[in-house]
Design a protein around this ligand. Sequence first.
Ligand SMILES: NC(=O)c1ccc[n+]([C@@H]2O[C@H](COP(=O)([O-])OP(=O)(O)OC[C@H]3O[C@@H](n4cnc5c(N)ncnc54)[C@H](OP(=O)(O)O)[C@@H]3O)[C@@H](O)[C@H]2O)c1
Length: 297
Amino acid sequence: MQYRQLGASNLAVSRIGCGTWALGGRGWGAHNERQARAALEACLEHGINFFDTAPVYGFGRSEQVLGEVLRPVRSRVIIATKCGLAWNDSGRVHHDLSREGLRRDLDASLRRLQTDYIDLYQIHWPDRRNPLEETLDELAGFQRSGAVRRIGVCNFSAQQLREARGLAPVVSIQQPYNLLQQDEAREVLPLCREHTLGFIAYSPLAQGVLAGEMAAAARPGVRDVRRRNPLYRDRERYEQAVRYAAGLPRPAAHAALRFLLDQPGVTCVLVGMTKRAHVETNIAALDCRGARDPADC
Ligand SMILES: NC(=O)c1ccc[n+]([C@@H]2O[C@H](COP(=O)([O-])OP(=O)(O)OC[C@H]3O[C@@H](n4cnc5c(N)ncnc54)[C@H](OP(=O)(O)O)[C@@H]3O)[C@@H](O)[C@H]2O)c1
């Protein structure tokens, strides 16, 4: 495994990280928790030390399962979770970056993850309804208390990231970035390089499209979070994307991941992996080094 410092922090994260949205067991098609746990074990065997989750993934379930699996190796892994998305009894999700909301989120995450510190605590989505000063002041307090080691953000524009850096010691940003979706990174990556901020690329396989295996989620009537993804919503775009992925060298995941690993400034490529076989395939992308063109993988 290869590792990189996350921005100016002392966290050395594996270049391929494990995303655990689907581990929550909701909205990602047929879920097999036994297989998903085996995928986490495979990550550990292969030296993947960076695990990303969020309270909202399966309404706590992703954090809970991750906590169980990582407990025996807690000191060797880097756990990233998030704050600011809450839900009510009927499962309706809303933004809450208030001080009380943040304290509630942190306590619940620590309990579910069975740990007394979070390595990287990230604002899940910006929310203008709450002053960013107040949110970051509270997160900085968590860091001082030792409950949080580092602060990160997700889905911030370059302007929002600049503002956040001026308010608290933010070390990283998570953005969607893949061969088919490059706009967000185009704006933020240069800023990360300039200020030594960690850049974590999420949805690197465009939620499966770039692995060429996700047709089920695109069928009308299927309840799946991927149907919110414009690639799945727009039939014409979806078919175009699948044709593009089919044209990539096999396995397509290698080309898609290698492209990101080679982008200057990308610290970690965060892939959702729900089966042991995903892990084995995806880490092999690290070996086709120096490919200038995805087709060289
Ligand atoms: N901060 C944020 O707002 C945010 C937003 C989105 C995601 N994320 C994080 O980023 C992580 C990754 O993003 P993502 O899950 O949206 O998308 P992704 O990594 O692009 O796609 C994940 C899906 O691709 C399939 N897959 C993975 N490896 C494969 C392989 N080798 N061959 C075939 N299929 C493969 C799996 O689908 P199946 O399980 O159906 O087989 C997997 O669930 C998330 O889990 C989450 O931790 C963060």
